[in-house]
Design a protein around this ligand. Structure first.
Ligand code: SF4
Length: 447
């Protein structure tokens, strides 16, 4: 065990992308804009389903650990104005599609999309239904904040067909909650779970964090055990990324309160053991799911995917991203919307798709993306089999350093991550990233 933790510590500070896309977001460029994206939308296969992602970048208060594109507001006006523009963008995009299309998956994220009032959720979903059909087994998911979630909010989700909700839990330790400006006792989170279930939103995810200020191994473990008591169908366990040079509000977190690398690893280990003891299956590098959850079923079938929302069972090749800073993907490439709300609104007001940048995907990108996706989801890949399936030669790669450290094993044409080192899977994925050396930004640490 000691040897393993030392190896994890040695490699933990190696920086690499989280591979929620390939090519990764730093390689998007302004050569892909509104016109290119419009052509891509027109070329979509009308017989294929699409997924929709709706971004709402507002929260009631700011959590000091937050790494999202969001802002705090207590006033209803900015959110109401944003919603109007979001519905205008929906219409603009729908006008460019080859026909009325079918949605297999809808996700609302942010920020806190559940900041919309019940009436606003009704209106938004009415607009979506006016322009799209929903597949019978479509999943409709939304992120909620348990501190601001009433029975009426839950009922609006239920009557609009939402099937899944994600709740930000992070930690139940009062000292940690105070240090991150997110005070929410267990009973409050439990009440949100109950409201969701009573309203028919029965699949609930919970997000937990380790590496938070004032967090100990014992409190991380206790939070994982308490979260499991709420019986969520999925949990995500992320390491807090402290990047105050990029996220100014993180300066409110005192560096001396942050646990060091060894404690972070011990926290992640303790939470991993607790959740697996509670019957959850480990998924990829940082997720857990109940054995009968569609994510576990997809993992066992070898069809689990990874996109900007993390791991997903969504099979659609096209994700239409709506809202300021939203990212979308389709068979031609990726796009990202303008992040500044005022500029995003202005573009839509002028009848333009509000695209800031993007990147086209080449055949070689597809191959590398498929290999990286299998590493990040299954922790193993048959490189030659994936290449053969795409009719391309297998790319060269070098994982000798990881192999020498026991982090990966190569056998025949396969590569496997030792499960004990799953947080380092992204380092193996990086061996297939043809753009990494040209990247302009630093990535987060691996553990
Ligand atoms: S509620 Fe979520 S999105 Fe909003 S500030 Fe907190 S962590 Fe960030």
């Amino acid at each position: 065990m000691t040897g393993r933790r030392e190896t994890l510590r040695a490699f933990a500070s190696h920086r690499s992308p989280r591979y929620t896309s390939y090519p990764t977001a730093p390689h998007f460029h302004t050569g892909v804009g509104s016109d290119v994206y419009g052509n891509w939308l027109e070329q979509l296969d009308p017989g294929e389903p699409v997924s929709l992602y709706l971004h709402v970048p507002y929260c009631r208060t700011l959590c000091w650990y937050c790494g999202c594109n969001t802002r705090a507001t207590t006033k209803p006006e900015p959110v109401a104005a944003y919603l109007e523009t979001l519905m205008d963008e929906l219409a603009l995009v729908a006008d460019r599609l080859p026909s009325r299309m079918m949605i297999s998956h809808l996700a609302m994220g942010g920020g806190t999309p559940a900041i919309l009032t019940p009436g606003q959720i009704d209106r938004l979903m009415e607009h979506v239904r006016a322009r799209f059909d929903f597949a019978e087994d479509a999943e409709l998911a939304i992120e909620i904040d348990p501190r601001h979630f009433t029975r009426e909010d839950a009922e609006a989700l239920g009557r609009n067909g939402f099937t899944r909700a994600s709740t930000g839990v992070q930690s139940f330790d009062p000292a940690v909650q105070a240090a991150i400006n997110r005070v929410q006792p267990f009973e409050l989170v439990e009440a949100a779970f109950n409201r969701l279930r009573e309203a028919g939103v029965t699949r609930i995810n919970a997000d937990l964090l380790y590496g938070l200020p004032k967090q100990t191994v014992e409190s991380a473990l206790a939070s994982a055990e308490a979260a499991a008591k709420l019986n969520p169908s999925r949990l995500a366990v992320f390491g807090y990324a402290h990047v105050p040079h990029m996220m100014a509000h993180q300066k409110l977190i005192l560096e001396e309160d942050l646990p060091g690398p060894a404690t972070r690893i011990a926290q992640a280990d303790a939470m991993d053991h607790a959740l697996r003891d509670e019957g959850y299956r480990a998924i990829g590098i940082d997720h857990y799911a109940q054995p009968d959850d569609p994510m576990t079923v997809a993992l066992d079938a070898g069809v689990l995917k990874r996109n900007f929302q993390g791991y997903t069972t969504d099979k659609a090749r096209t994700m239409i991203g709506l809202g300021a800073s939203a990212i979308g993907e389709n068979p031609s490439g990726y796009i990202q919307n303008i992040a500044d709300v005022r500029s995003w609104r202005m573009a839509i007001g002028e009848g333009q798709l509000p695209v800031a940048r993007g990147v086209a995907i080449s055949a070689e990108d597809y191959l590398r993306r498929a290999i990286i996706e299998r590493i990040m989801t299954d922790l193993t890949v048959d490189v030659v089999a994936v290449a053969n399936a795409q009719g391309l030669p297998a790319p060269d790669f070098d994982v000798s350093e990881l192999e020498a450290a026991g982090i990966v094993t190569r056998f025949g044409t396969c590569l496997a991550i030792n499960p004990a080192y799953k947080p380092l899977a992204r380092l193996a994925a990086a061996a297939f990233d043809a753009y990494l050396a040209t990247g302009p930004v630093k990535h987060s640490v691996s553990v």
